[in-house]
Design a protein around this ligand. Structure first.
Ligand code: PLP
Length: 359
């Protein structure tokens, strides 16, 4: 059996109970799960495709791949043929299985950021590889590295990696034949900075060789419940991944493919959602600052990365006493042990309640 870390959220349960005991009810800003409605245009597409008796294609419909390529071009300046898109059953399964699907060998290092979404580590373990958290690629020795993850905007910190930084990662990886997987699931949520894709010509020089961008509709389109994402990039890598995923039955349901197509074709609902998050951020951020928390990074994405200087679990307790549940920074790496991650995923009424309680 593969040794997996304890599921971290279980450790938060006592604080969830404490927050729930607040007379005004819990304000849950711990898990980044969407709470706003699924856009009507997407629900309609799902309903219209509900009579889907046959097996869908693992590769997805050409309409879906074209919608994904069109969105990348229109919104992110990425030029990509629709053939180089691969639908995912949400991006988490891909993060967890990519090292295995790529044939990373036992003992090889899979690199990911020091503060990171825990599933990069899990994916390395599932492949019996060595999870290796570092922000300093240049300090790594000459050994072969099969896979490097980057995540901009970052979960948990909301930090954006500028084009120059990403260019260096790409150059480093290409020198060694490493694959760069760029988790871009928060790319549409730029606030003070505009995130750039690894597939943008300013980063990759126009060639997608060795590069895979990972996208999710969970946050942009409130589709976490549908499980909807896609990978895009290097034609050879996409073809290889498609082959394995066909054999393994990693297929996005046909109605979800139709829903994703509608979501990717439409920018209006995404803009509405952005405006909601922007308003919540504008309310929460100053309230936290006035209450003694310093916000770091957080120029993009769905979270505020905050610290009042104490150990993260003391901060979790202090906020739970006010009925506000947040995630401790050490869920994301030891470098986070003096921070908490505050998700902007609660309805407006709950965010207002949190702001009042922080006063
Ligand atoms: C950095 C990062 N990657 C991937 C995911 C997975 O998203 P999904 O599986 O909903 O596409 C998340 C979810 O919060 C995330 O924070």
């Amino acid at each position: 059996m593969t040794a997996l870390p304890d599921f971290p959220w279980d450790r938060l349960v006592p604080f969830k109970k404490q927050a729930a005991a607040h007379p005004g009810g819990i304000v849950d800003l711990s898990v980044g799960t969407p709470v706003d409605p699924v856009p009507a245009v997407v629900r309609q597409a799902l309903a219209d495709a509900s009579d889907s008796p046959g097996y869908p294609l693992t590769y997805g419909t050409e309409r879906l791949r074209s919608a994904a390529a069109g969105w990348l071009r229109r919104r992110h300046g990425v030029l990509l043929d629709q053939a180089n898109v691969l639908p995912l059953i949400g991006s988490k399964e891909f993060v967890a299985w990519l090292p295995t699907l790529l044939g990373v060998r036992p003992g090889e290092r899979v690199i990911f950021p020091e503060l990171a979404y825990p599933t990069y580590d899990v994916g390395a373990r599932l492949a019996h590889a060595e999870p290796y958290a570092t922000d300093g690629l240049l300090a790594l020795g000459p050994e072969r590295v099969p896979l490097v993850w980057v995540n901009s905007p970052s979960n948990p910190t909301g930090r954006v990696l500028p084009a120059e930084h990403l260019r260096k990662v790409v150059a480093w990886a290409r020198e060694r034949g490493a694959v760069v997987a760029s988790d871009e699931c928060y790319i549409e949520l730029g606030w003070e900075e505009t995130p750039i894709s690894i597939l943008h010509p300013d980063v990759c020089g126009g060639s997608h060789e060795g590069l895979i961008a990972v996208h999710s509709l969970s946050k942009r389109s409130n589709l976490a419940g549908y499980r909807a994402g896609f990978a895009a990039g290097d034609p050879a890598l996409i073809a290889r991944l498609l082959e394995v995923r066909k054999h393994a039955g990693m297929i996005v349901p046909a109605p979800v493919q139709a829903a994703m197509t509608a979501a990717l074709d439409d920018d209006e609902h995404a803009e509405e959602q952005r405006v909601r998050y922007a308003a919540r951020r504008a309310a929460l951020r100053p309230a936290l600052e006035k209450a003694g928390w310093k916000i770091e990074h957080s120029t993009a994405g769905l979270y505020l990365w905050a610290s009042d200087g104490r150990a993260c679990w003391d901060q979790v307790r202090a906020l739970a006493e006010r009925g506000i549940l947040v995630a401790p920074g050490d869920f994301y790496g030891t470098a986070g042990e003096r921070h908490v991650r505050i998700a902007m995923t609660a309805g407006d009424e709950r965010i207002s309640a949190a702001v009042r309680r922080l006063q």
